[in-house]
Design a protein around this ligand. Structure first.
Ligand code: FEO
Length: 173
């Protein structure tokens, strides 16, 4: 049975993942209206991923005898103006989520909930990958600057980008 403090903390993370999904949906929709089809697909995909992060938590809380709380979403109020700012927001947002996950892990350790702490390791790894991806993309955008041909190619190729973080586990041989 999950302790009430952990249940409340996980429910806050459920809300955070749902709001991340909503924010990336807004970014996808903005890119769609600007003719950046690749970027739009990238953020539609990120939005789906965040929903999966949320679902995984919902199922975990219920499975452990708690009750997942499904709350209203925040409206993303950001005004998007250019790709560099959108991806900077993406990185800043992921850094914020990493902070939340670390805080959650800390709460689990304080409450000796090693099962949930173990469950959260998946999110710890996921955050490393997402931050690495956001930084790689931002570096590329900084190189391209306002070059229209560069932005065209960036948009065409963004979904081919794969980033393996140095912190990822070494594959077994
Ligand atoms: Fe679910 Fe990108 O944090």
């Amino acid at each position: 049975m999950i302790n009430k403090k952990i249940e409340a903390a996980l429910n806050m993370q459920i809300a955070a993942e749902a709001n991340s999904s909503n924010l990336y949906l807004a970014m996808a929709s903005w890119a769609d209206t600007q003719g950046f089809e690749g970027v739009s697909n990238f953020f539609y995909g990120q939005s789906d991923e965040e929903r999966q992060h949320m679902l995984k938590l919902v199922k975990y809380v219920n499975e452990r005898g708690g009750r997942a709380h499904i709350c209203a979403l925040e409206e993303p109020l950001k005004i998007f103006d250019c790709l560099t700012h959108v991806f900077q927001d993406f990185l800043d947002h992921e850094v914020g989520v990493t902070r939340l996950i670390n805080e959650l892990v800390h709460t689990c350790l304080e409450n000796r909930d090693y099962t949930t702490q173990n469950f959260l390791q998946w999110y710890v790894s996921e955050q490393i990958e997402e931050e690495a991806l956001a930084r790689t993309i931002l570096d590329k955008l900084k190189l391209i600057g306002n070059d229209k041909a560069g932005l065209y190619l960036f948009d065409r190729d963004i979904n081919q980008l794969t980033v393996t973080s140095a912190a990822a586990p070494t594959p077994e041989i």
